[in-house]
Design a protein around this ligand. Structure first.
Ligand code: CA2
Length: 154
């Protein structure tokens, strides 16, 4: 069966490319999603994309991902304090890789911690939008390991 993953972006990421390009680069969210879908297609993977500025909608999308094989999520600033999103990621038991465009550890103190990072399979930050490609590749590897069973994981 075809592997299907969700690319989920959180608050303000719809503004990518519009300003703060020294922090987030010049690509728009549409560019990021197209590149992600294109790479996924090359790797034989289907993608559902979603973005929301609302915590509850993001929780709903994570719940919907129960019918999929994995999630790449950039929770935006919710990473730093949303226990609701953390609980949703933990509850759905779907492989998940968290990505941040910027290096959150090199920024303001409040950004240094992700409350979600403890419940994800992988965490990538500071690689710019290239982090989404890294996250997709890491997620697919994790999904394949899961499908092969625990003894096959390396
Ligand atoms: O580095 C990341 O990917 C972040 O998740 C981006 C969030 C930020 O709150 C996190 O701490 C780190 C913010 C996204 C805001 O995106 C904008 C894009 C263009 C213009 C203004 C904001």
């Amino acid at each position: 069966m075809t592997t299907r993953v969700m690319l989920l972006n959180g608050p303000n990421l719809n503004l990518l490319g519009e300003r703060d390009s020294q922090v987030y680069g010049s690509r728009t969210l549409e560019d990021v999603e197209s590149a992600f879908v294109e790479l996924a297609a090359e790797l034989g993977v289907e993608v559902v994309t979603a973005q929301s500025n609302s915590e509850g909608v993001l929780v709903d999308r994570i719940h919907e991902a129960r019918s999929l094989d994995g999630i790449v999520i950039n929770p935006g600033a919710y990473a730093h304090y949303s226990y609701a999103i953390r609980d949703a990621v933990e509850a759905v038991r779907v492989p998940c890789v968290e990505v941040h465009i910027s290096n959150i550890h090199a920024r303001e103190d409040f950004r240094h911690r992700s409350v979600i990072s403890a419940v994800v399979d992988g965490f990538i930050c500071g690689c710019g939008v290239y982090g989404y490609e890294l996250a997709l590749r890491a997620l697919i590897k994790r999904i394949e390991e899961k499908k092969a069973g625990p003894l096959a994981a390396s």
